[in-house]
Design a protein around this ligand. Structure first.
Ligand SMILES: *Cc1c(COP(=O)(O)O)cnc(C)c1O
Length: 383
């Protein structure tokens, strides 16, 4: 049998994607041209948000989002420990303090109850915001988080990097697509190739708030503007009115994003078919991420829990199946330990980390490959 090489996630680039990039390479603009706005409009339309701002990667998007919300040094923000480090790091970039609340042991999402308990254990105004993550592609119930946030005057940034195409159904029976801006102030998506939509590097921020939108546009390009200027010396004149960055996405990447986005619904459908096969294979044998009723999981990941996780990881590797661990709890990473999170009580997150493993999950994973993964997992778990 041919040697397998099955990663946990991978991009799918087709001829249409390649043509779109080549066409842009010979067009007038490689960056700051029409493809960027075209991609932003298409993405806003896809999520149902009013505005979208494309950025160089989702980490930059999270940074700008925290700044747009006005976070000041020393101010405190709550997030989940089971996420990629960037979710927490953006708070540190702005000089803020990261506070972690524990996860729900079945959905693996930031626990609403734990978040509420943490908020209520502190004086009024102690926290400024919450950054929940649509972890693995499973949408957070943002309606519930919005109610909590409104009660305590907090903003919400939805880290939707795992979940383009996911949705939950709110109490009015309305589908609420990830990043639609109905409940969160801002949402951030990633276009790293392991995520749903590949741009090489890339990210986008969505919002329904015009003021936040304008702030993001300014911060993305050095804080430079030609609007509302103090002076005007002529056609060349611009003003830098605040300290911003160069966090732009190129037209080359945007062209790829446009064609990739068109295929996202098909990709999510395919991911759900694969998830269904995994679930029927592992039902009763292994615990996997629970889907609350009325939720549509975009399935960036398919995670199972096993007692001998390290053993399964090594076994799969020996067979050419490169499963991954999502994630090492952020509060246990040396940087966060050093600034004092090592002893936080996040026991659900830590127990989860001891058992979790993400199996291969991407649209081009063939039926034979799925069978092979299922066979090898079962062979190991059943001894
Ligand atoms: C990938 C990811 C990020 C960062 O995305 P980049 O585009 O690589 O900067 C942030 N948060 C989560 C949850 C992610 O999975």
């Amino acid at each position: 049998m041919a040697k397998h090489n099955i990663p946990y996630g991978r991009q799918h680039i087709d001829k249409e994607d390649i043509s779109a990039v080549i066409e842009t390479l010979t067009a007038d603009f490689l960056t700051q041209g029409p493809k960027v706005k075209q991609f932003e409009d298409a993405f806003a339309d896809y999520t149902g948000a009013k505005y979208a701002v494309a950025v160089s990667n989702a980490t930059a998007g999270l940074h700008l989002s925290v700044l747009a919300n006005g976070l000041q040094p020393g101010e405190r923000v709550i997030t989940t420990p089971i996420t990629f480090a960037a979710t927490a790091n953006c708070i540190r970039y702005a000089g803020g303090e990261v506070w972690f609340a524990d996860i729900d042991p079945d959905t693996y999402l930031l626990s609403l109850e734990a978040t509420e308990k943490l908020i209520k254990s502190k004086p009024k105004g102690f926290f400024k915001g919450i950054i929940p993550v649509d972890f693995g592609g499973l949408p957070v119930n943002l309606e519930a988080f919005r109610n909590l946030a409104d009660e305590h005057n907090l903003w919400i940034i939805e880290d939707a990097c795992h979940a383009p195409g996911g949705y939950f159904v709110d109490s009015n029976n309305v589908d609420q697509k990830c990043g639609n801006g109905a409940y969160a102030d801002l949402a951030v998506f990633s276009f790293h190739p392991v995520k749903h939509i590949a741009c090489g590097e890339g990210g986008i921020i969505t919002t329904n708030n015009e003021k936040l939108y304008k702030k993001l546009l300014s911060l993305r390009t050095h804080g430079i503007t030609k609007e509302n200027m103090v002076e005007n010396h002529g056609g060349w004149y611009y003003e830098m009115q605040e300290l911003g960055f160069n966090y732009r996405l190129t037209d080359i990447q945007s062209a790829l994003g446009i064609t990739q986005l068109k295929k996202n619904d098909a990709g999510v459908l395919r991911r759900n078919e694969i998830a269904d096969r995994y679930k029927s294979a592992f039902n009763g044998l292994l615990k996997y991420q629970t889907l609350p009723v009325n939720c549509h999981n975009a399935h960036h990941l398919f995670i199972v829990e096993v007692k001998d996780r390290a053993g399964l990881y090594e076994h799969l590797r020996s067979k050419g199946i490169f499963a991954q661990i999502h994630y090492i709890p952020v509060h246990t990473l040396p940087y966060y330990r050093k600034i004092g999170y090592g002893n936080a009580d996040l026991s659900m997150a830590e127990a989860y980390y001891g058992r979790c493993i993400s199996l291969p999950m991407y649209p081009t994973l063939s039926a034979e490959e799925q069978d092979f993964v299922i066979h090898e997992v079962k062979a190991y778990v059943n001894g």
